[in-house]
Design a protein around this ligand. Structure first.
Ligand code: NAD
Length: 443
C-alpha cells in the first residue's frame, strides 16, 4: 500500500488514479482545472471511458480516492507523485513540455520529505533528467536539500478500454537509477506483480524511448496495411484476405492490420512527430517514421478523393458522416481523421450531416470553423436522422452501434445510394443486395 498524488486528471491521470486506488493504494488526484475536479468529486466523469465511473465510485466510497486542486498540499503529504499532464505537439512537432515543467517545479516548491516523482506522461528522451534539474532548482531556491528520485513509468492504455488495459498491462516499464524508487514502484504495482505481469526495469532514457518506439511501431503497422490496401484496390486484390493471412504469421501478428482512413487520436500523430523530431535533432533521422507520418496524412486526404471519385463533384452535395471520434468507445476527437475528412469535403463544396454516439459535444467546437455559411453542418439526433436526404453515407468510426445498421433503412433514407465504409465493417454483397453502391478500403 502506497500514498500517491496524481497530477493531471485527463484520460491517463483519471484512469491511473482510480486504478491505483483500486490496487489498494491511497490516491489523491490533482488538477488545475477546477471544473474537472468539481465534476469528479460529484462522481461525474468528465470523459467518456467505459467502466471508469464504477472504479471511481467504489474507491471514493472506500475513502482511498480523493480529488483536489491544491497541488502543494497534496505533494507535501504524498511520498509518491505521478505526473500525468498533457504533452501536446508544438508547431514544429516536438512535444510541448511546459505542463511537465510546471508540475515538476511545483513539486520542487512543495515537497517536504523524500519523494518519488513518477513521469507517466509521454515525454522525449532526456526529459527525466530535465525533471531532476527543475526540481533541484526549486529546492535550491528554497535552500532545502531534500532527497528525491525520478522514475519514467510510461502508460500504454488505450482509450475506450483504459480501465482494463491499466489493470491488465502486457508489461510495466520502470525506468530509474534509484534503487529505493524501484522498490517503491513495485509496491505501487504490487497487485500486478503478484499476478506475474512482466516488469521491465531499466534506466530513465530507455523507458522514455520504449513508449515512443512502441507507438511509432504501431503507427508503422497501420500505415503499412493502409498502403497495401491502396495497392489492393488497383491490383484487384482484397486486403481483408491479405491481412488475415499476414496476421496468421506468428512473426507479424493480427493486431493493427485493419486498413482505414488513417490513424488519429492524442498519441500516434503527436508521438510519431515528436520521435521524428528527436531523431533529426540527434543527427539520426528516422526515415521509416518520417515516411509513416507523410503516408498517414495522404491516407486521410485519399479518403476525400475516394468520395469525390465515387460521387463526382461534391459542390452542393449533402453527405452523412457517422462516427467522429478517432476510434470507438471514446469521445476523444484529438487529430481524428474525421476532422481532416470533414474539412476536405466542405472545402470541395459539400454540406455535412454528422453523428457520433459519444463525441457530439467535442464535434460542436472542433468543427465550428466549418459551420459557415449557415447550413454547412447539421448535428443529427441519431444515426438515421443523419442520413435523411444525404446523397452518401461515410462511415468513419467502428462503433458497435454502427456495425449493425439496418441497411434497407439506410438505402431508403439516402437520396443517392452511395456507401463509403471506410472501416471495412460491412460486406460488399450485403450492401449491394439492398441496392447500395459500396466502397470499402482495399477491397
Ligand atoms: P489530457 O489533456 O486529457 O489531460 C491532462 C490534464 O492535466 C488536464 O486535465 C490538465 O488540466 C492537467 N494539468 C496540466 N497541467 C497541470 C498542472 N500543472 N497541475 C495540475 N493539472 C495539470 O491528457 P491525456 O490524454 O491524459 O495525456 C496525458 C499524458 O499521457 C500525455 O503525455 C499523453 O501523451 C500520455 N498518454 C496518453 C494516452 C491516451 O490514450 N490519452 C495513453 C498513453 C499515454
Amino acid at each position: 500500500m502506497a500514498y500517491i498524488a496524481v497530477i493531471g486528471t485527463g484520460y491517463v491521470g483519471s484512469v491511473s488514479g482510480a486504478c491505483l486506488a483500486d490496487f489498494g493504494n491511497w490516491v489523491t488526484c490533482v488538477d488545475k482545472d477546477a471544473e474537472k475536479i468539481r465534476s469528479l468529486e460529484k462522481g461525474v466523469i468528465p470523459i467518456f471511458e467505459p467502466g471508469l465511473d464504477a472504479v471511481v465510485e467504489r474507491n471514493v466510497r472506500a475513502g482511498r480516492l480523493r480529488f483536489t486542486t491544491d497541488m502543494a498540499a497534496a505533494v507535501k503529504v504524498h511520498p509518491i507523485v505521478f505526473i500525468a499532464v498533457g504533452t501536446p505537439p508544438t508547431e514544429d512537432g516536438s512535444a510541448d513540455l511546459q505542463y511537465v515543467e510546471a508540475a515538476a517545479r511545483e513539486i520542487g516548491q512543495a515537497m517536504e520529505g523524500y519523494t518519488v516523482v513518477v513521469d507517466k506522461s509521454t515525454v522525449p528522451i532526456g526529459t527525466g533528467q530535465k525533471v531532476i534539474r527543475w526540481i533541484s532548482e526549486e529546492l535550491h531556491q528554497r535552500g532545502r536539500d531534500i532527497p528525491f528520485d525520478v522514475v519514467s513509468n510510461p502508460e500504454f492504455l488505450r482509450e475506450g478500454s483504459a480501465v482494463y488495459d491499466f489493470t491488465h498491462p502486457d508489461r510495466v516499464v520502470i525506468g530509474t537509477d534509484g534503487e529505493t524508487a524501484r522498490k517503491i514502484m513495485k509496491d505501487v504495482y504490487r497487485s500486478l506483480y503478484l499476478n506475474e505481469t512482466p516488469f521491465i526495469e531499466t534506466n530513465l532514457e530507455s523507458a522514455e524511448m520504449i513508449k515512443y518506439a512502441a507507438n511509432a511501431f504501431l503507427a508503422v503497422k497501420i500505415s503499412f496495411i493502409n498502403e497495401i490496401a491502396n495497392l489492393c484496390e488497383k491490383a484487384g486484390a482484397n486486403v481483408q484476405d491479405v491481412a488475415k493471412a499476414l496476421g496468421r504469421d506468428g512473426r507479424i501478428g493480427p493486431k493493427f492490420l485493419h486498413p482505414g482512413p488513417g490513424y488519429g487520436g492524442s498519441c500516434f500523430p503527436k508521438d510519431t512527430r515528436a520521435l521524428a523530431n528527436i531523431g533529426r535533432a540527434c543527427g539520426e533521422p528516422l526515415g521509416i517514421v518520417e515516411t509513416v507520418i507523410a503516408s498517414n496524412e495522404r491516407q486521410k486526404l485519399r479518403m476525400v478523393d475516394k468520395i469525390e471519385a465515387g460521387l463526382g463533384s461534391l459542390s452542393g452535395k449533402t453527405i452523412a458522416i457517422l462516427g467522429l471520434a478517432f476510434k470507438a468507445n471514446t469521445d476523444d476527437m484529438r487529430e481524428s481523421p474525421a476532422i481532416t475528412i470533414a474539412e476536405g469535403l466542405v472545402k470541395r463544396g459539400a454540406r455535412l450531416r454528422l453523428w457520433d454516439p459519444a463525441a457530439m459535444k467535442e464535434a460542436a467546437w472542433r468543427l465550428a470553423a466549418l459551420a459557415e455559411p449557415e447550413g454547412t453542418l447539421y448535428f443529427a439526433a441519431d444515426e438515421y436522422d443523419a442520413l435523411k436526404d444525404a446523397c452518401a453515407l461515410v462511415l468513419l468510426t467502428e462503433w458497435n452501434q454502427l456495425r449493425n445498421l439496418d441497411l434497407t433503412r439506410v438505402k431508403s433514407l439516402l437520396s443517392l445510394p452511395y456507401f463509403f465504409d471506410l472501416r471495412n465493417i460491412y460486406q460488399r454483397e450485403e450492401a449491394e443486395a439492398v441496392g447500395l453502391r459500396y466502397y470499402g478500403v482495399g477491397k
